[in-house]
Ligand binder design. Structure first.
Ligand code: URA
Length: 256
């Protein structure tokens, strides 16, 4: 892969130095069949989100179009977070994006602005995306990503999501993924991983290979907020992004 000056600048911002002519290595891509076999969803561990409760497993969420889903999220009162939020944070990006990024939950900035990943972690995420030629800004579906969170409301004080909250919010994320129909899913952090892969295995054990969520290839990586605290792991996150990009490129080659 040849890097433009802009991408090099973004990589530097991520703390990843490239030497002239360098290519960035990533783990070998498993063939989809092998990847799928290796990624059989683990049984739901204790403490992982329970199955959606009747309050949010409403059949209508599963059939909603974008406007209906947006309205349902905005009006949601399914858990106590509805009382403390300023506003819901639905998601942003291309509605048929090739890349879909799933994070954890809105923080203070997101709760204020109504958009995911707009605080410090979001700036790092934008830099990571930019380094791959991706953006949340309007563009074609191969360039403009879709970003959503596992929870649509801010947990007070940015505490961790509760299993009950994740269970109640899950149908919204499921429907977003069904509507976007991404070619690659990037699960950032342990709550996104719990929601999508039903496992509480540590990120370090799940990254570096291709999983599947409802048939969509899924790559696990560290949450940008974690990377801000542990910059030494940015290089691993970059490997994860490169793995995701390779999966997409492989799809293009397969379809050619
Ligand atoms: N962290 C997340 O996981 N999502 C956001 O929207 C902001 C911070």
């Amino acid at each position: 892969m040849a890097w433009t000056e802009r991408q090099r600048a973004m990589l530097r911002e991520m703390g990843i130095e490239l030497w002239p002519g360098a290519t960035v290595t990533s783990p070998p891509l498993q063939p989809p069949a092998a990847a799928a076999q290796g990624a059989a969803p683990a049984p739901v561990p204790p403490g992982a989100p329970a199955a959606p409760s009747p309050a949010t497993s409403r059949g209508d969420v599963a059939t909603m179009d974008w406007p209906a889903l947006r309205a349902a999220v905005a009006a949601c009162q399914a858990c106590a977070l509805a009382q403390s939020r300023r506003q819901t944070v639905f998601g942003v990006g291309h509605e048929r994006a090739h890349w879909m990024i799933v994070g954890e939950a809105p923080g203070e900035q997101e709760d204020l602005k109504g958009e995911p990943f707009v605080g410090p972690a979001g700036r790092l995420l934008d830099a990571m995306l930019d380094a791959l030629g991706l953006t949340r800004e309007p563009g074609p579906p191969e360039r403009q990503v879709y970003i959503a969170n596992t929870l649509k409301c801010r947990p007070p004080g940015n505490r961790n999501p509760l299993p009950e909250e994740m269970a109640r919010c899950e149908p919204f994320l499921v429907r977003q993924i069904q509507l976007v129909r991404p070619r690659i899913l990037l699960a950032m952090g342990r709550f996104a991983v719990q929601a999508l892969l039903r496992t509480d295995e540590p990120i370090g054990r799940l990254r570096g290979r291709v999983h599947r969520y409802q048939g969509v290839p899924l790559v696990v990586t560290y949450h940008p907020a974690y990377l801000l605290r542990q910059p030494a792991d940015k290089a691993k996150a970059w490997d994860d992004l490169c793995l995701a990009a390779e999966v997409l490129e492989g799809q293009g080659a397969a379809g050619a």
